[in-house]
Design a protein around this ligand. Sequence first.
Ligand code: COD
Ligand code: ZN
Length: 376
Amino acid sequence: MNTSGKVIKCKAAVLWGLEQPFSIEEIEVAPPKAHEVRIKILATGICRTDNNATTGVMPAKFPVIVGHEAVGIVESIGEGVTSLKPGDKVIPLCVPQCGICSNCLKPDSNYCDMLDIVGKGVLSDGTSRFTCKGKPVYHYMNTSTFTEYTVVRDVAVAKIDAAAPPEKACLFGCAFTTGYGAAINTAKVTPGSTCAVFGLGGVGLSVIIGCKIAGASRIIGVDINPRKFEKAKAVGATECVNPKDHTKPISEVLKEMTGDSVRYTFEVTGNLDTMIDALASCHKNCGMSVVVGDPPASSVLTFDPMLVFDGRTWKGCIFGGWKPVNDLPKLVSDFMAKKFNLDELVTHILPFDKIEEGFNLLKKGESIRTVLTFQH
Ligand code: COD
Ligand code: ZN
């Protein structure tokens, strides 16, 4: 049936308010307006950032459809869309690439002006394309993928290889791209170096994959949940440590373990204390620490400035520093050419209706990535 230009009724997981469960509802998805595309979602991963929207750690406008790590097929396009056509296999982008803002024009910035980090929840004309029970339902991070159909801006879409398997390739919408890029683009990890990765979720394991491909000789996984260590080692960690097993600060534990200190550290938990711990754990004169985890909304951090004065470099990145419209198709091609393997990252595949179960696995620390699949 040709649905182009028509409202589509479909299932979506709506969050009606903070700390409320996902409610599977029938929603209406309006046709895409100018420079927008409507996408049929095939698979979507569950990320900590989605959970952070349910708790208020990450800003969102309610009621909302969250989800930002997906693969889908373009169902229809709005006026003026030239880069995409119905039938294209795509990844919706939480970090867009408009190509014309001052950041997109800089070769070394991916902080596109269209990024919705403050949770406005609307598209360019200031409105939403979703309604449920007569009320508007808002967008999340330019993506909103916990729904059978979504509408996004055309600048927030990367076209990928039609043969890419959705239940793995969806990880290029967040976890893999963010973590791998933090090691490759932001830290530029050097061969033979020692790295430490704080937080061994889907994003942290992707940092480890990046460190390994960059040729790091020692990669230390740090997590307060020892059940994460086996997976970390499977993707390339050479050893793992639980800060709770030690009374000394983790920076001293790592210094003792390495006999010197670590060249590159990565904070991949989103905790403020861990940001300082990771900074203090890198070499005091030539070390670099990369903040990958999103800090809680409106948080403030105090730290000893000697940590930076001593010569450490403290950096951050969003979406691994990639320019996503250009770079995601290449990353997916590298995956199809078996440059990296994402098998270890996808621990659970569940039907979309089981979204609540998927979030419980995340909250209990039992999953790396749960991927939800759709029956269309
Ligand atoms: N010390 C060590 N480990 C800890 C600590 C701690 N104090 N607290 C939690 N952890 C561990 C947990 O046990 C868990 O294993 C891991 O940290 C976190 O893993 P997950 O599976 O909960 O989370 P991820 O990997 O899905 O995501 C975590 C991030 C913090 C990276 C994520 O929420 C985030 O902020 N992403 C933003 C990145 C970005 O660039 N966004 C913009 C583009 S989408
Ligand atoms: Zn994410």
